[in-house]
Ligand binder design. Structure first.
Ligand code: ASP
Ligand code: MG
Length: 405
């Protein structure tokens, strides 16, 4: 007998038929004698719709009230899932986040879990129930309803698996697992049998969004091994776990393409102390996230000057431009060139720590494709390049073929 936490995302509970499928799957595990805790998201589209409704009334609604509102999405699904299990003759009890003992801080709309008291869940399981817990929500010690940030049901599942010391944690979604690349762009992409937490986090922050990043960080911190798999078929998924020695034998685990970045270049920036600080302090103060930064060495004669490029999220480009325009006089740089026609192509793999020549192979592959590299950045397990957006997908296919083909 195992204790299993299963999380079903919005698509997996998107209509009554799908909810019945979830119940049937749970029933199969129960029939084997396993104890099952089910965490559900709101039905697909519901959370977005609730946000839209509130914003139609007022553009910036009060965050406490938003939490009360958004928590209803998951509360609907837990009851429907319990009813679906009852229809199969299985005892099941639904619990809100608060009833499940999930205590958070008071930061409405992005609360952090402080502790979980899982006694109630254990009691209900021991009485023979399937326990269905509302994802994405909790309660403060003062009894206020809170939510955990978009996609937060993943976090509920991982945190519950840790608190319950579950034997297995399964994240059911509408894809078969984590792939070496987006199969819609790279036909040869393959499903991975396993991936390390760090690789998963890099790929997620690089645009390959399968799970909420915070939940993967939490799993890493508490050593929760989990499986990402599809609720629409029986295929085994991808196991996400701590890096093992043999994982390093694979140099590149995955390739990602982030099309949501824009680039700003400042030409002829005075090369003296304090200038970069001034620029990025101002950008930071306007709440724009900067990703890559590249600065050249000074060249030419006269007062030393350098070109400075950086990337931001595409929706923040106008804001960043405005900040830069405001600094032009004070700092005295030349022209400003910005474009949102870029793609950030990355390769990720823990094997890069112990293999050489990876960057050279990636750049050589791009050169053969006639792709010019605008910017480069690296970490211990990642190499990213900024390239022309129009060539992004072809470049991704070529790099995938070179490392993973
Ligand atoms: N329903 C919430 C959202 O859409 C939480 C979740 O789906 O995980 O963000
Ligand atoms: Mg979701």
């Amino acid at each position: 007998m195992a204790l299993i936490v299963q999380k079903y995302g919005g698509t997996s509970v998107g209509n009554p038929e799908r909810i019945k499928n979830v119940a049937a799957r749970v029933a199969k595990y129960r029939a084997k004698g396993d104890q099952v805790v089910v965490v559900v998201s709101a039905m697909s589209g519901v959370t977005d719709n609730l946000i839209k409704l509130a914003k139609e009334i007022m553009p910036l609604p009060n965050e406490r009230e938003m939490d009360v509102l958004l928590a209803t999405g998951e509360q609907t699904t837990i009851a429907l899932a319990a009813i679906a299990l009852h229809s199969l003759g299985l005892p099941a009890v639904s619990l809100t986040g608060a009833q499940a003992g999930i205590v958070t801080d008071g930061v409405h709309t992005k609360a952090r879990i402080q502790n979980i008291t899982p006694q109630k869940i254990h009691d209900l399981l021991n009485e023979g129930n399937v326990v269905i817990v509302a994802g994405f929500q909790g309660q403060t010690t003062e009894g206020q309803v809170t939510t955990l940030g978009r996609g937060g049901s993943d976090l509920t599942a991982i945190a519950l698996a840790a608190a319950l010391k579950a034997d297995l944690c399964q994240i059911y979604t509408d894809v078969d697992g984590v792939y070496t690349a987006d199969p819609r762009i790279v036909p040869g992409a393959r499903k991975l049998e396993e991936i390390s937490y760090d690789e998963m986090l890099e790929l997620a922050s690089l645009g390959a969004k399968v799970m909420q990043s915070r939940s993967v960080e939490f799993a890493k911190k508490f050593g929760v091994v989990f499986e990402v798999r599809s609720s629409l078929n029986e295929n085994p998924g991808t196991i996400v776990k701590e890096e093992t020695k043999n994982m390093e034998s694979v140099v590149v685990r995955g390739v990602s393409l982030d099309k949501n970045q824009a680039k700003v270049t400042l030409v002829a920036v005075p090369d003296k102390p304090g200038v970069a600080a001034r620029i990025f302090k101002a950008i930071g103060d306007s709440n724009v996230n900067v990703d890559m930064i590249v600065q050249n060495i000074s060249h030419g004669s006269g007062a030393p000057a350098t070109d400075l490029s950086f990337t931001v999220d595409k929706p923040d480009l106008l804001k960043a431009q405005k900040v830069i325009d405001g600094l032009k006089e004070e700092i005295g740089f030349g022209k400003v060139i910005s474009t949102d026609k870029i793609g950030k192509l990355s390769i990720v793999g823990v094997g890069m720590k112990s293999h050489t020549g990876v960057a050279g192979k990636m750049f050589d592959t791009l050169a053969r494709e006639g792709v010019n590299i605008d910017m480069i950045s690296t970490s211990e397990i990642k190499i990213s390049v900024v390239i022309d957006l129009a060539k992004g997908e072809a470049a991704m296919r070529a790099v995938h073929a070179a490392f993973l083909g």
